[in-house]
Design a protein. Structure first.
Length: 293
């Protein structure tokens, strides 16, 4: 239940047809409605919905059930516009088919209204002026709390934000431990081959060739681990996707960007873990390396 200019204020684009106008608020105005794209896909998948009837049964008010005022006859509303999909009530839930009607044509008898104001600039300076302007219209109009959209989203997503923060910290800790373990393992393996490096260089191998050999073997080992770990991670993500889908907003449990970033970081760590010890080993005198061996 909205008024004209609601979609422009909320930032919901009109994709077809028109917005509500002042003429739609009159007592004898034809009943019109605007639907979202999900509604069109489910009800008019291959048709132009503009001008089509949308039959709606008005919900009765409690006081109307005992008198002659309630008319259960379905009312045909004409679809005059289509808007982009947007989430209503539940920002993390699925987008449902939605029908928008003008506030004065719904007949629900709701006494509470919400005023939406689109602000450019500092909202803290604007909020007192909004109260002042409303009081100019009607000094007796009750005014409740005023919130910004950011505050409303923070309140609605407080549980999801907390879980996301904890999950991010635990994920970062797990990735850090994996990087430290990988670095230590590969660095130890390269140090153990100091004698081999000395022999190769004593036989005429160039320092760059030795470095490239160590680096290539470490990266290939990391790539083998990624080839095994990524499918396992995707499979595990799909198994738990039904349980964590309600905690994810605009993201899937098998997000390719996240998986690719973690895999790339591990490959980078493997390269650094091989390069630094191999660089030190290649600078050692071949005879000294052989004597230590």
């Amino acid at each position: 239940m909205v008024y004209p200019n609601y979609f422009a204020t909320a930032g919901i684009p009109i994709v077809a047809g028109r917005e509500f106008a002042r003429g739609d608020l009159g007592e004898g105005s034809p009943a019109v409605c605007i639907v979202n794209e999900t509604f069109v896909r489910e009800v008019f998948p291959s048709e132009n919905p503009i001008g089509k009837p949308c039959v709606i049964t008005r919900r009765p008010r409690v006081r109307d059930l005992v008198g002659p005022r309630y008319d259960p006859t379905p009312v045909p509303y004409e679809i005059v516009g289509v808007v982009k999909d947007s989430r209503y009530m539940n920002p993390t839930g699925s987008i449902r088919p939605t029908v928008y009607m003008t506030f004065l044509q719904t007949g629900t008898g709701r006494g509470q209204m919400v005023l939406y104001v689109r602000v450019a600039g500092n909202t803290n300076l604007t909020l007192p002026r909004i109260r002042s302007e409303v009081w100019k219209v009607d000094p007796n109009l009750p005014q409740f709390e005023i919130h910004t959209l950011a505050q409303e989203m923070d309140a609605a997503l407080i549980r999801e934000r907390l879980i996301a923060t904890l999950s991010s910290l635990l994920g970062a800790l797990a990735l850090l431990l994996a990087c430290v373990g990988l670095y230590g393992l590969l660095a130890f393996a390269v140090v153990q081959r100091t004698g081999e490096v000395g022999i190769r260089m004593a036989l005429g191998a160039a320092r760059g060739d030795v470095l490239w050999m160590m680096l290539r073997e470490a990266v290939l080992l990391a790539l083998a681990g990624v080839a095994i770990g990524v499918p396992a991670a995707v499979a595990a993500g799909r198994l738990v996707s039904s349980k964590v889908s309600g905690l994810l907003f605009g993201l899937s449990a098998t997000d390719p960007t996240t998986i690719a970033a973690a895999a790339a970081l591990l490959i980078l760590v493997a390269g650094v873990a091989a390069y630094l010890p191999a660089r030190r080993a290649s600078r050692v005198d071949p005879m000294a390396a052989l004597r230590n061996e």
